[in-house]
Structure formats: C-alpha cells, structure tokens
Design a protein around this ligand. Structure first.
Ligand code: GLN
Length: 535
C-alpha cells in the first residue's frame, strides 16, 4: 500500500524493565530518522499520572516542567521532541490520565453517554484513541509517534496500552508499529549480557496483547550478535528489529546509532512507507562541531535542584547547542545555592561564567543573590533566567541603591522594598494549575543593547512561566544606577531583559530562552554567555 494522508500511521514506544532508560531519547531519535525521510512526524507523550498537566509538580518528581509556546506545562520529553525534531508543539501533544478522565467525566455530566454505564473499556480507551487521532489529524501528520510513559506492568499504564492494542487491531499491522525499550544488563566477571529482563518484559507486554516489532536494548555496550539472536528467538521479533542502544557520548548520536543498524529501513519496510532522500547533513554537521571543540569553559549553574540534573535539562541542552555553535566545550559546575550560603562564594571561584536559573520557593534564595553579586563585582559573565533575573534585580537594589531589606514579595511578603512583586493580574488568582503567566509572548528589545545584537532582532518571542515580576515603580531608580531594562513587553510596562552597564556580560531575562533552544538555533543568551566565558 502506498502511503497517503488519509492513512495516518503510528509508532508506539513502550518501556520495560525499569524507568530512566532514555525512552524519550529513543523516541525522539526515531522521530529524527522518520523526519529525515521526508515524513511529517507528530510526537505525543502519554503520562499515566492523574495530574492534568506537569505544572503542579516539583522538579524532583519528573524533572523540569517544560513550557510550550501555547503556555502548556508539560513533561520534559516534549522538550526532547522539540529539540530533536525542530518543531513547536502544543499541549495536545501531552496526554495524561488527568486529561483523559477529565474529558470523559465532562462528557458524562453533559449527558453524552446518557443511559449507559461509563467504563474504562470502552469509554476511557476510546477517549485515548480519540485524543491521539485528533492531534495527528490536526497536524496533518504522516506518523503519530507515541511514547507511553512508565513501565509495562504499571497499573496506571494499562488503559493506555489497551487503547493502543485496540488501535493496532483497528488499523492493521501495516499501519502501526510497536517499539519496546528494555535493559540488557551485564553481569559477572566475564561480562555476560543478560537477556532475561528483556524476555520477561516482552512477555508482560504480550500478556496485554501487544507484540513488539522493534526492541531497543539499552546497555553499557553494543549487543553481541548472538545476544541479538537470542532476544529475537525469545520475543518473536526479527533480528533486524533488535536494536542496540549502548551508552552514547551525546544523546544527539543516538539517531545515527539506530540508523546504522538499519532501523530506519526496517520501520519504513514494516509500515510500507516509500522512503525519500535522506537528509541528515545538518545534524551531522552539528555533531561534528559538538564533538570537536577548540576550547573549554566552566559555567557554574547555581540552582536548588542540582541533585537531579533533569531539573535543568533544557539548560544542559542549550549549552550543548551553544557550545557546538561556538566550538566550545561547556563544563557545568553544579553549585547548590544553599551551599553558597554556608560556604560563601569561594565555590564560584574559577568559573568562567555563572548561570542562575529559574525556581520557586525561598530555599537558597540568599545564595543565588550572592552569586549575582559575585558575578557583578568580579566581572564574571553572568546569565540570569526568570528567578535569576528577579534576584539579580534584588541584589542590585540592595547593593547599589542601598535599599535595605529589598526582596521579592514571593519570599518576604512584608518587605519594605518589594522590587519584585506579584503580577497585578495574579492578585485574584486562586487555583494553582495553569494559572501563571505562561507561554510565548512578544518582547520589544532596545536596538542599542547586547540582547538585540545577540538575537539580531528587536522583536523576539520567548516562553514564560512566572507569577512575579519586576515592580515597575523601581525602574527609574534602577536604570539611573546602571541596570538597564532593555527588553520589555505589554506596551513597555513589563520588564523582560536586563543588562548591567559596564559589565562584560551580564544579561538576565524574565523569560526562559533555554526552552526554545535548538541544536542548530541555540538560545542567543546562552550562546552569548558561552562566548563571553571563552574570551
Ligand atoms: N518564582 C518566580 C515567579 O513565580 C520565578 C519563576 C521561575 O523562575 N520560573 O515569578
């Protein structure tokens, strides 16, 4: 069958054995390979938790909360999809149990199921299929690429697996392909690769009526040929469908690693798709730059969730993108902000640049302020993001304007000098879900600023997630003393970017430039920091 638009195809990625195997990277990589064949790929992440979205969870739960242009607060895997596929997604691309149940219950209350008993099968599973189909149709996708979060066997994931099983039955095996990701650990002195966990997790998947077409086996090393055969034998997957996913030096290697084992061809063949010309040239050029830096810089990332690196995944990736563009290897030095409070700023010594990222809550605030002060006083290249932008203002108000007790009213509601204050439109907000100032907004940039040079533009769009802002009442005084607010939105009343006069590189933004950073289009402010740090 020749592929046509009226027949959307599906690739469904499930996970086995344990979490944290890089299923999101495997999914993104498959997306890159399909895209390279001229196919329009529509990635969707399923999160089987009851939260409607990721916005109300702290980063220790599932890592960073990613924000899309439309303001949706979503799982960090959507960030991976955006970066790998160079697309801008919407909230429809993240389906949660909360969203599905909410839709079903709303329909029930409206009377859509009048007279009937509403059940997980068929009503919840139908809703899941409807949401998957709707996003694929809206995007006019050739392939809907679905990553099912969690591990096969989790109770929460069952309705989703059942829904995709039904979908496979309905649209037929030429139109839907299952990819199962597993772990092949190495045991014992001889370093034998063990296939039992894979066998068992495939058995579990088959007990749900799903026969995988592809197995992606994570492990330290590549699978031995006879191990591939053994897995194929036990799982009924052809040997070409057994793909090795050894530890890679960078996640951006993974698409090529899969392609090298014939995965692209195998998927196209199984789904009866006619391949078009391969176009991986830019990707390869990016990898080349990433892997051959001329220089190394150390950037201190002063955060409060530094024990879970996934909390800052978009910054880590933005530095990879910026590093490749500048041909600089960026070494991140993780500094817990409370440690700066305990041990002082000597922890920042030797850093070529400092980043104070976003955050919520008052733990470690004074440490972050100390980091902004250290950067300002020692001419160390500095970038602040969201909370980092707000705290750079607080530090400056205290140190340069001499405003004792200056603070954000988020941390000190009774501060005599609320230089950072609640957004006016937030005062009446009661609920916590999806109620911040979110998503992409237009920002006017002063043509006579570093920021305008970095972006090569005076109108920019960046993503936001905040409840507080710089109090406009303080702007004249702050600017007179040398803190320039060179980016503004909403007719100039909302501060978006600041630069410190006379400093080699001190740029902070209310928005999150890391969220729109892409391998070939790095965040301009991260790139500026890397370049300044390398000078
Ligand atoms: N907590 C601050 C606010 O709500 C900063 C938010 C952030 O850094 N994302 O405005």
């Amino acid at each position: 069958m020749e592929h046509s638009r009226d027949c959307v195809k599906y690739v469904i990625v499930t996970g086995g054995v344990l979490s944290g195997l890089g299923k999101g990277i495997s999914t993104s990589s498959i997306g890159v390979l399909l895209k390279s064949k001229g196919l329009k790929v529509c990635p969707v992440k399923i999160d089987p938790y009851l939260n409607v979205d990721a916005g109300t969870m702290n980063p220790y739960q599932h890592g960073e909360v990613f924000v899309l242009d439309d303001g949706s607060e979503v799982d960090l895997d959507l960030g991976n999809y955006e970066r790998f596929l160079d697309v801008n997604l919407t909230g429809d691309h993240n389906i949660t149990t909360g969203k599905v149940y909410r839709a079903v219950i709303e329909k029930e209350r409206r009377g859509d199921y009048l007279g009937r008993t509403v059940q997980i099968i068929p009503h919840v599973t139908d809703e899941i299929k409807t949401q998957l189909q709707a996003v694929g149709e809206k995007e006019r996708a050739d392939i809907v690429l679905v990553e099912v979060g969690g591990t096969v066997g989790d109770i929460e994931g069952m309705p989703f697996l059942e829904a995709v099983r039904q979908l496979a039955q309905e649209i037929g095996k030429d139109n839907l392909l299952f990819v199962h990701t597993t772990l092949v650990p190495i045991m014992g002195a001889v370093g034998e690769q063990k296939t039992k966990p894979t066998q068992q997790s495939v058995r579990e998947l088959r007990s749900m009526g799903i026969q995988p077409n592809v197995i992606i086996a994570r492990g330290e090393h590549s699978l031995e040929p006879d191990i591939k055969k053994k897995i194929a034998f036990f799982t009924d997957v052809p040997v070409e469908g057994i793909i090795s996913a050894p530890d890679a030096s960078t996640i951006y290697d993974v698409p090529l690693l899969f392609d090298g084992q014939g995965l692209t061809e195998y998927i196209l063949k199984t789904l009866r798709l006619k391949p078009k010309d391969e176009d991986m040239q830019e990707w390869k050029a990016f990898l080349e730059n990433l892997k051959n830096p001329d220089k190394e810089v150390t950037i201190a990332l002063v955060g409060k969730y530094t024990h879970l690196k996934d909390s800052y995944i978009s910054h880590i990736e933005a530095f990879h993108h910026a590093g490749a563009a500048a041909r600089v290897h960026v070494k991140l030095k993780w500094v817990e902000s409370v440690d700066l409070e305990k041990h002082g700023t000597k922890l920042l010594e030797g850093a070529d640049g400092i980043l104070v990222p976003g955050g919520f809550g008052d733990r470690g605030i004074e440490g972050k302020i100390a980091a902004t002060r250290y950067a300002a006083e020692h001419d160390v290249p500095f970038q602040g993001v969201c909370l980092g932008f707000q705290l750079a203002t607080v530090g400056f108000a205290r140190d340069v304007l001499g405003l004792k007790g200056a603070n954000s009213s988020e941390f000190d509601p009774k501060t005599p000098q609320p230089v950072v204050d609640l957004l006016p439109e937030q005062r009446s907000v009661k609920g916590m879900g999806a109620t911040m100032r979110l998503g992409a907004h237009e920002i006017d940039v002063d043509p006579n600023s570093t920021t305008a040079k970095l972006y090569g533009a005076t109108t920019i769009y960046e993503r936001h997630r905040h409840r507080y802002e710089i109090n406009p009442a303080y702007i004249p005084k702050l600017e007179d003393a040398g803190l320039r607010y060179v980016g503004r939105s909403d007719d100039g009343r909302r501060m978006e970017v600041l630069e410190l006069k006379g400093h080699p590189y001190f740029v902070a933004s209310q928005f999150h430039p890391e969220l729109r950073s892409r391998p070939l289009r790095p965040s301009p402010i991260h790139l500026g920091l890397v370049r300044a740090a390398a000078r």
